[in-house]
Design a protein around this ligand. Structure first.
Ligand SMILES: C[S@@+](CC[C@H](N)C(=O)[O-])C[C@H]1O[C@@H](n2cnc3c(N)ncnc32)[C@H](O)[C@@H]1O
Length: 313
C-alpha cells in the first residue's frame, strides 16, 4: 500500500498480523526522496514559549509542518515518532505475534550530511548539510545509542524484548576516523506482547533459525536493488520470517522499501502486507512481490492455467 505507515497502520484488521518485521528510516541519514522542513524546531518552539527542545511534537503535528520521519531535528523526537507509529500497529498484531525491528546507530555531529539514499560511505550519492542542536547527550563524536533508546522506549510501552540480535556486517567500507573503531553492526530487536497476566506466549519455530542459534548473525551488507540501498539481506530475514510467522500467516512490513521482506514471505508460503511512502519504491515492491508470487504459484495452478488455455484454443 502506498502511503504513510502512520495512517495505514490504522486500516489493519485487529489481530490480523502474525509478524511485523521492518527496518525504519534511521535517524539523520537519508531523505528517501522526501522534502523536509529544516525550520521545524524553530516553528515548534515559537508556537508556545514554555516549550523546550526536547518536548516532542506528536507525529501528526510534525508531518503537518513538513517533518519527515528520520530527519527529526533531535534523536529524541525520532525515537518518539517511531514508537508512536509502531504503537498504532499494536492492535493489529496477534497476541501470539512478534515484532522484529532492524535499526542502526548514528554518531552525533553538529554538522551532518543527509543523503537521498545510499549507505554512508558507499556510492556517490548527492547529500545536503544540516546543523543539529547540541545539548544533553547530543555532543560532538557521541555514539547516540539510538537502538538502545528505541528499545527502552518500547519497553516503556509494555513491549517485552526477547532478543537484541546483532547483525554483524563484515564488509563495511573504510572510514576516515583515526580515533575509533568502524561501526560494523546493526541491531535487530525481537519484541513480543506482554499479556495482562502471566508470561508472554508467542509463536516460535526454533527449527527454522540459524544453526547454532546465536544472537549474532554475520551477513554482508549489499548494495541493494531498484535504486534502494538499504535493502534487507535475504539471509538475515528468512530465518526471522520462518521462525516467527507460521506457514500461511501474515507478515507486515510498514516501511517496506522495495519489498524484500514481502518477497521472502511470499516465497515461503506466508502472506504479506507492505507500506511505503516513496512512490518509486512502492512500485518496485509491487513488481518484485508479483514476480515471486508468479514464480512460486503451486504447479497444480500453473498446469490448470495451461490446460484451460489449451481448451480455449
Ligand atoms: C530502511 S528502508 C527499508 C528497506 C526495506 N527493508 C527493503 O528491504 O527494501 C525504509 C523505508 O521506509 C520508507 N518510509 C519512510 N518514511 C515512511 C513512512 N512514514 N511510511 C511508510 N514508509 C516510509 C522509505 O521510503 C524507505 O523505503
Amino acid at each position: 500500500m502506498h502511503g504513510d505507515a502512520y495512517d495505514l497502520m490504522e486500516k489493519l484488521e485487529p489481530e490480523s498480523i502474525d509478524l511485523l518485521i521492518t527496518s525504519p528510516p534511521y535517524w539523520g541519514l537519508r531523505s528517501y526522496g522526501q522534502e523536509h522542513n529544516e525550520e521545524i524546531l524553530k516553528e515548534w518552539l515559537a508556537e508556545d514559549e514554555s516549550r523546550v527542545q526536547t518536548d516532542v511534537p506528536p507525529y501528526e503535528w510534525y508531518r503537518a509542518h513538513g517533518g519527515v520521519l528520520g530527519l527529526e531535528p533531535l534523536p529524541e523526537w525520532f525515537v518518539a515518532h517511531l514508537v508512536e507509529i509502531l504503537q498504532r500497529g499494536a492492535a493489529a498484531l496477534k497476541a501470539e505475534g512478534s515484532m522484529w525491528i532492524n535499526i542502526g546507530d548514528t554518531y552525533f555531529a553538529r554538522w551532518s550530511s543527509i543523503r537521498h539514499d545510499g549507505r554512508q560511505g558507499l556510492g556517490d550519492n548527492p547529500r545536503s548539510r544540516r546543523r543539529t542542536p547540541m545539548g544533553g547527550f547530543r555532543q560532538e563524536k557521541q555514539l547516540l545509542l539510538i537502538p538502545a533508546r528505541f528499545a527502552i522506549a518500547m519497553q516503556d510501552q509494555r513491549w517485552i524484548v526477547r532478543n537484541d540480535l546483532i547483525w554483524h556486517k563484515p564488509n563495511v567500507p573504510p572510514r576516515p576516523e583515526k580515533d575509533r573503531l568502524r561501526l560494523g553492526h546493526e541491531h535487530f530487536f525481537h519484541f513480543v506482547k506482554r499479556p495482562k497476566e502471566g508470561r508472554p506466549k508467542y509463536y516460535y519455530d526454533m527449527s527454522k533459525v540459524e544453526p547454532g542459534a546465536l544472537d549474532v548473525v554475520k551477513t554482508m551488507a549489499r548494495s541493494g536493488s531498484d535504486g534502494h540501498s538499504a535493502t534487507f539481506p535475504t539471509d538475515l530475514i528468512t530465518p526471522r520470517i520462518l521462525s516467527s510467522c507460521p506457514p500461511g500467516g501474515t507478515v507486515l512490513d510498514p516501511f517496506c522499501g522495495t519489498g524484500r521482506a514481502l518477497s521472502v514471505a511470499a516465497a515461503n508460503g506466508r502472506r504479506g502486507i507492505g507500506f511505503e511512502l516513496h512512490e518509486p519504491f512502492h512500485q518496485a515492491a509491487t513488481a518484485n512481490v508479483a514476480k515471486v508470487v508468479k514464480a512460486t504459484a503451486p504447479p497444480q495452478q500453473r498446469t490448470t492455467t495451461k490446460r484451460k488455455k489449451k481448451t480455449e484454443e
